[in-house]
Ligand binder design. Structure first.
Ligand SMILES: Nc1nc2c(c(=O)[nH]1)N=C([C@H](O)[C@@H](O)CO)CN2
Length: 116
């Protein structure tokens, strides 16, 4: 399957189970793999024939500025569903990570894969 990817996408959102995390936005880093045939766009050279990764980033920045999820699992599920249902992806892999949450640990997070 062809893949459109967005790596190391850093976005601020309210995420977490602890009281401070419920009121102070924090950065999460996403790696997104979006399964979608690129054959049509590869032939036409037309942005309308593919999933515009700039639109994906723009939408996520806007939507996540207004959301509050408790768990990274729920955030990852939300992003996967958006890519499948709103952007027409066939398959997605969504990785979401928090940075520096614990001493000696660079990142914690989840990776999920979902199909249409
Ligand atoms: N599997 C998960 N474990 C934890 C999560 C999470 O989203 N998924 N979240 C937390 C806290 O919110 C975290 O920010 C503290 O480091 C703890 N465990």
């Amino acid at each position: 399957m062809d893949i459109i990817f967005i790596d190391s996408f850093r976005v601020e959102t309210l995420i977490g189970i602890y009281p401070r995390e419920r009121i102070v936005p924090q950065p999460v880093v996403m790696d997104l793999k979006i399964g979608h045939s690129t054959a049509t766009a590869g032939a036409s050279d037309d942005i309308h024939d593919t999933i515009d990764y700039a639109e994906v980033v723009k939408r996520l920045r806007t939507v996540l500025a207004e959301k509050h999820f408790l768990l990274l699992e729920k955030l990852a599920e939300f992003v996967a569903t958006m890519l499948l249902e709103d952007f027409g992806a066939q398959w997605v892999q969504v990785s979401v990570a928090k940075l520096g949450m614990m001493p000696g640990v660079a990142r914690v997070g989840v990776v999920i894969e979902r199909s249409a």
